[in-house]
Design a protein around this ligand. Structure first.
Ligand code: SAH
Ligand code: TRP
Length: 329
């Protein structure tokens, strides 16, 4: 039996309400009326998109997930020792499969108290909250369904030294300017004795990178195209999804990969909820995501610019991916 006061608890708070259809509406109005059409990537992750992303993580071409897991497995004990963390506040937690490596190490060290997954995908936050409450009987799970760019002010106060994992290379999905602004905003979340555990994909052979975002089974293409289904469903748009194709290319100068959707014929789209008409010329593209690749130097520069100081940089033998531990400078 679990000692009194040590029973696990679970709660999930949602900060996405009717106002957030507005965020999608604003983003569409903003992004699709520009000369170079663009949408922010968070809208890729509805229930179906989150499922497809989990499938991407298992693809042979998508080296990131298995490499990051290996780095965590190799270094989890050292990370827990170094940070004395009693809680994890995980940003963009998704289905949190790699997080288990950290939770197990904290459990083993006897310091594990609380897990706070933060994600826009309500289905994944609920599923993870339920699963982890079962698997770690003494764990307090405090789920947050929200946008990490807008709702970090709603996090619970630290219960002790805090570790903030931000994995999967998601930081690379920010454009460079807002990336540093976002890292800066994390200082408050870390608190005085907290650490950020950041997963970043590293610069490498462009062919390896492009394959990871354009797999031979076509799962990434489905994931990317799914955002058009989201617009059709949520905003009453009438995109002809079959008349778009997935495009992924590495921009060598900027060292990021771009995902786009390209119209394969001219299209006129109506977005009912916005009373908006949008035209796509033949082969016109809509940018749905960038994913920046880092060098250790650039990473350290970004951290420094955000008032953070690198404590440790962990990587794999092939230097495909890096996990960095940092704290307030
Ligand atoms: N951490 C997981 C998932 C990475 S995919 C892994 O490493 O495999 C990116 C995750 O971030 C998705 O679960 C997505 O729903 C979430 N996400 C994307 N933009 C977000 C935002 N603005 N606010 C909160 N979560 C976001
Ligand atoms: N954070 C992931 C990455 O940058 C997200 C991702 C992987 C993604 N594959 C994708 C986003 C394909 C859009 C399309 O690697």
């Amino acid at each position: 039996m679990v000692a009194p006061g040590l029973e696990g608890t679970v709660e999930v708070h949602s900060y996405l309400g009717p106002g957030d259809e507005r965020s999608l509406a604003d983003d569409v109005l903003d992004g699709l009326t520009r000369p170079l059409k663009e949408l922010p990537p968070k809208h890729l992750y509805d229930a179906r998109g989150s499922e497809l992303f989990d499938d991407i993580c298992e693809l042979p071409e998508y080296y990131q997930t298995r490499t990051e897991r290996l780095i965590l497995e190799t270094n989890a004990d050292a990370i827990v020792k170094r940070t004395s963390a009693v809680e994890l506040v995980e940003l963009g937690s998704g289905s949190a499969t790699k997080t288990r490596v950290l939770l197990d190490a904290m459990d083993f060290a006897g310091t594990l108290r609380r897990y706070v997954p933060v994600d826009v995908s309500a289905t994944t936050v609920h599923a993870v909250a339920e699963r982890f409450t079962e698997e770690y009987p003494a764990l307090q799970v405090h789920g947050v369904v929200g946008d990490f760019e807008r709702h970090l002010g709603n996090l619970p106060a630290p219960a002790g030294p805090r570790l903030v994992p931000f994995l999967g290379g998601t930081i690379g999905n920010f454009p460079p300017g807002s990336r540093r602004r976002f890292l800066r905003s994390l200082a408050k979340v870390l608190g005085p004795d907290g650490h950020l555990l950041l997963g970043t994909d590293l610069v490498k052979d462009p062919l390896v990178i492009e394959a990871a975002y354009d797999d031979s089974a076509g799962v990434t293409a489905q994931f990317n195209l799914n955002v058009l289904h989201v617009l059709n469903r949520e905003l009453g748009a009438n995109f002809d999804v079959d008349a778009f194709e997935h495009v992924a290319f590495f921009d060598r100068e900027r060292e990021w990969i771009e995902m786009r959707l390209r119209a394969t014929k001219p299209q006129h789209v109506r977005v009912e909820a916005l009373d908006l008409e949008i035209d796509f010329a033949n082969r016109e593209e809509l940018r749905t995501e960038i994913s920046a690749k880092f060098t250790p130097e650039r990473l350290e520069g970004d951290l420094r610019a955000a008032g953070l100081e690198l404590v440790e940089l962990y990587t794999d033998p092939q230097e495909l991916f890096a996990v960095s531990l940092s704290r307030r400078a």
